[in-house]
Design a protein around this ligand. Structure first.
Ligand code: PMP
Length: 294
């Protein structure tokens, strides 16, 4: 993935993709002192750009560091990366990390670096998306909020994500559904989860995982359709009682789920409606979004 054409914004400069390199003694690599974002541009417009930028800055603060760029500067850099790479529809990956200025657990003298890359990436699940994905139950649980900084989109929290996803893929599944530290439903490895139960939309309360920007958009879209939205603790034993299940995330967008472990689901009317509404929403120009919510 590193040997290709393109430009990456690094610490204020556009660097050729192949030259966007770090020293091996980077603190972020050794101690996971990094935070990142995943964003999508649709027709050269980055969906909810400021919300992603604000979350990036907040994630850094949770890890005890301040990104040395303002929200306005980060937004402008994201737009510049799209432009420089000639991309219309794309995935963007801003990453902030502690550098290689010193290496020890205590690293308050490290500089905070920021890079932003963008590339064409149609959907997290590719061709499997529309027929519905199959989720295995993850072997790892999301940690409690006093065990890890779970409100941060921190690189270190993805260690159990990669392990869970690899375990699922080894069994022929597309992704894994993670439970939380209590054994209740949490999320997939890179997306939030929704269940249709009794014609209502149920989703776990985000006490130890990301309250995704897509998640919140989908909840708003459902309310606009007069679908009742219920945020609550969802026990693992309730999964089989759902009539429809789908995932929601920037990379996954709205992806129907057709199986979780031994339970099968048929994507239905509510999933299809919200999938279509989300696709329309992300392609609205910002002025239209403002007019709609006025
Ligand atoms: N959970 C995890 C673990 C994720 O990586 C993501 C993707 N950022 C989400 C949920 C969904 O968040 P968002 O809708 O803000 O992309």
């Amino acid at each position: 993935f590193d040997d290709r054409d393109g430009w990456i914004w690094m610490d204020g400069h556009m660097v050729p993709w192949r030259d966007a390199r770090l020293h091996v003694l980077t603190h972020g690599l050794h101690y996971a002192s990094g935070v990142f974002e995943g964003e999508r541009a649709y027709g050269r417009n980055i969906f909810k750009l400021r919300a992603h930028t604000d979350r990036l800055i907040a994630s850094g603060r949770i890890l005890g560091f301040e990104i040395p760029w303002s929200a306005e500067e980060i937004d402008a850099a994201c737009m510049a990366v799209l432009e420089k790479n000639g991309l219309e529809d794309a995935y963007l990956r801003p990453l902030a990390w502690r550098g290689s200025e010193m290496l020890a657990v205590s690293a308050r003298q490290t500089r905070i670096h920021l890079a932003i890359a963008a590339w064409a990436w149609p959907n997290l699940f590719g061709a499997n998306r529309m027929k519905g994905v199959r989720l295995a139950m993850a072997p790892w649980r999301r940690p409690a909020p006093d065990t890890a900084p779970t409100a941060s989109k921190a690189s270190g929290l993805y260690m159990i994500g990669t392990l869970s996803k690899h375990a699922a893929e080894a069994e022929g599944y597309d992704d894994a559904l993670m439970l939380d530290f209590k054994g209740d439903v949490a999320e997939a490895t890179g997306a939030n989860v929704f269940f249709v139960m009794n014609g209502e939309l149920h989703t776990p309360t985000p006490i130890c995982f990301l309250d995704g920007i897509t998640r919140r958009s989908v909840m708003d879209l459902a309310r606009h359709r007069q679908i009742k939205v219920v945020e609550r603790t969802i026990g693992a034993g309730e999964i089989g009682g759902a009539t429809e299940v789908f995932l929601a995330g920037t990379a996954a967008e709205v992806t129907p789920v057709r199986a979780i472990g031994e339970h099968s689901f048929t994507p239905g009317a509510i999933t299809e409606t919200l999938l279509g509404d989300y696709e329309a929403l992300v392609r609205l120009r910002p002025a239209e979004v403002a007019r709609r919510s006025a």
